[in-house]
Design a protein around this ligand. Structure first.
Ligand code: EPZ
Length: 416
């Protein structure tokens, strides 16, 4: 298994380009299942999760062609509307094929994703919504099996804000008979990006980005071309790395447009952040000030940035409280940060982080995608060498991470 070796103590400086958003690309690639016509996607990030999804679509009968960041999908012949456990277990966002397959084929058999390091990750809201739209759904032998000749528009209300739940039901509703209203919808920018792609295909959607989304079903959708939006979490991660190291960087092909909550916290921590049209500049102080964090659905502070800010607070001056309200087990990075010398106390879904002058390099283990990013940030500021094991987690969500960090001056290398 690959490891990342980081020699800490370097202030990041220079420029890096941000890739397309993983959490926009995953649902948007699944939208290709809704039409018989070819779809072309650009600015698709080159990540393991994207590879997994393209393999999953391919085994359903979708013709996949790829040229770096451009992907073309032809779902004219879906001969196997099944997402098998062997593939779904490696990438739980595979559940995003459920809605499109039911809408397009009238049937789908998708393995339950199962939990992951950060939580149980149930999909009951996805199922509840499809049942409300008329699908017969059974859950047997670890698979969700949904059948319906044609979905019917319905008024849906999710018990909690669910990003992929909203995405699955919005995609399914595009081909339903009649109007669907999703209340308590997630408002993430990735949902707006998905809606923009679906509208380009001929869907009739209004309200994406608000908590009430209306979809008037149509009989068929056309092919289209769509450019994936920039990855706001990758952007935030590099901003945190520069902030923690007292650096000064410029990130291109991105913007602060969807990062207000994160940028506010970086400025509270003492950073200067300048938004350009298609770029962001950050200049960090010699030492950051601790900032309290409470994760909530968009547009509030994103849970996917919580681990990165725990690393920031670990070396900032002062004490900070971090409250994780979305997932039940998203502090796995804390014990690894403690191995680097961080002073963190966990009490349920709250962490109290007392900033220390410096961290010491050590060998640590990545447990999930954003926890891995937190360890990278800590390794960049720790004295001496930090070795991060199981970095396949990182490869799921950060394109060419060590290359981009090296371009910013970091002493980082990957070893098998
Ligand atoms: C999406 O996951 C993202 N993944 C996650 O990013 C992100 O952390 C999360 O949204 C929250 O923003 C993708 O978009 C592919 P949820 P998702 O459904 O949709 C509970 C990353 O690091 N829930 O919004 O799976 C659930 O357990 C990943 O890139 C139910 O109980 O998250 C959680 O507590 C990690 N039943 C809460 O809702 C359901 O049917 C929010 O989950 C659905 C969700």
């Amino acid at each position: 298994m690959d490891k990342l070796l980081i020699e800490g103590g370097v202030r990041l400086a220079g420029e890096a380009a941000i890739s397309g958003a993983k959490n926009a690309a995953l649902p948007i690639l699944c939208a290709a299942l809704l039409t018989r016509e070819p779809m072309t996607f650009t600015n698709v990030p080159q990540l393991n999760d994207i590879d997994t999804l393209l393999n999953l679509l391919g085994q359903m009968g979708v013709k996949v062609s790829r040229d770096n960041a451009m992907v073309t999908l032809d779902a004219s012949a879906i001969d196997n509307p099944v997402a098998p456990y062997e593939m779904v277990k490696t990438m739980r966002a595979s559940i995003l094929v459920l809605g499109p397959l039911v809408a397009r084929c009238g049937e789908a058999r998708v393995s339950l994703p199962g939990g992951c390091a950060i939580g149980a990750r149930p999909v009951d809201q996805h199922i509840k919504g499809l049942q409300a739209m008329g699908a017969q759904v059974t859950v047997e032998h670890g698979y969700v099996h949904a059948v319906v000749p044609r979905l019917a528009g319905a008024r849906l209300f999710t018990d909690m804000v669910t990003v992929t739940g909203t995405e699955n039901l919005m995609m399914a509703a595009c081909l339903a008979d009649g109007e669907t209203v999703i209340e308590n919808a997630a408002r993430e920018p990735e949902i707006v990006d998905l809606a923009n792609c679906l509208v380009a295909m001929g869907a009739r959607i209004s309200g994406a980005g608000t908590d009430v989304i209306r979809i008037r079903g149509v009989d068929r959708l056309n092919g289209a071309t769509h450019r994936i939006m920039p990855d706001r979490i990758e952007t935030g991660t590099y901003l945190c790395a520069a902030a923690a190291t007292g650096g000064e960087i410029r990130l291109t092909r991105t913007s602060t447009a969807y990062l207000d909550a994160v940028v506010d916290k970086l400025m509270d921590a003492g950073c200067d952040v300048v938004a350009e049209r298609d770029a962001i500049r950050l200049k960090a102080p010699a030492r950051l000030t601790s900032v309290n964090i409470r994760t909530s659905p968009y547009p509030a502070f994103p849970t996917d940035m919580q681990a990165q800010f725990m690393a920031i607070n670990a070396v900032a001056s002062g004490a900070a409280m971090i409250r994780e309200t979305i997932f039940e087990n998203r502090f796995m990075h804390a014990v690894e940060l403690q191995r680097l010398g961080a002073d963190i106390r966990i009490d349920g879904n709250t962490a109290v982080v007392q900033g220390v002058e410096r961290l010491q390099g050590a060998t640590v283990m990545a447990t999930d995608l954003r926890a891995s990013a937190s360890l990278v940030i800590a390794g960049l500021v720790a004295e001496g060498e930090t070795v991060i094991e199981r970095i396949y987690h990182l490869d799921r969500g950060y394109e060419r991470l060590e290359e981009k960090l090296a371009a910013l001056g970091a002493h980082v290398r990957r070893v098998a």
